[in-house]
Design a protein around this ligand. Sequence first.
Ligand code: GDP
Ligand code: MG
Length: 164
Amino acid sequence: SKPVVAIVGRPNVGKSTLFNVLAGERISIVQDTPGVTRDRIYAEVSWLDYNFTLIDTGGIEPDSGDIILSQMREQAQIAIDTADVIIFITDVRQGLVDADQKVADMLRRSKKPIILAVNKVDDFKKYMPDVYEFYNLGIGDPVPVSAASRLGIGDLLDEVAKHF
Ligand code: GDP
Ligand code: MG
C-alpha cells in the first residue's frame, strides 16, 4: 500500500499551505489567525513518480500556549502512529521556538523518519542564514521551502521519498 506522510508543526507555520501545494488543490483551510477547529485532512498525492497519502494534522488550534503545546503533542502522536514519514515544519520568520524543540524531541524519540522543513524562505538569499539555526533541533538537515511561493517543494519531496 501507499506510504503515509504526515505534516506536523506549530499553528501558522504553513502546514495547510504546504498540504494544498502538494495536494494540488485548496482542500485544507489556510488560517491567517489560529482558532479554528476542524478534523484531520487527508489527500492522495501524485507528484512526479511519488504516490502517497498526505495528512495535515493541524486540526485544533486554540489561542493558548499550553493548549497549543498539548495539542501539538497529540498531533505529533497521531503522526507517529500513522505515518511512514513525518514532515516537521517550522517558520524561518519566527525562528526556532521552545514548542518546536519540545515536539522535535518527541518526534526524534519515535525513530520515525523525520524531514525538517523550514518554511517561509520566500527569498533564499535573505533567509538562508536564519535556516541554519534549525540544525539545533537535532533532527537532521533543514530543508528550506516556501510553500506560498512553491519554492523547494521538489527537494523536500525527494528527501521524503528516500524513506518510501
Ligand atoms: P498552519 O496553521 O500551519 O496550517 O498554517 P497556514 O497554512 O494556515 O498558514 C499560516 C499563514 O502563513 C497564512 O497567512 C499563510 O498565507 C502564511 N504562509 C504559509 N506559507 C508561507 C510561505 O511560504 N511564506 C510566507 N511568507 N507566508 C506563508
Ligand atoms: Mg492549518
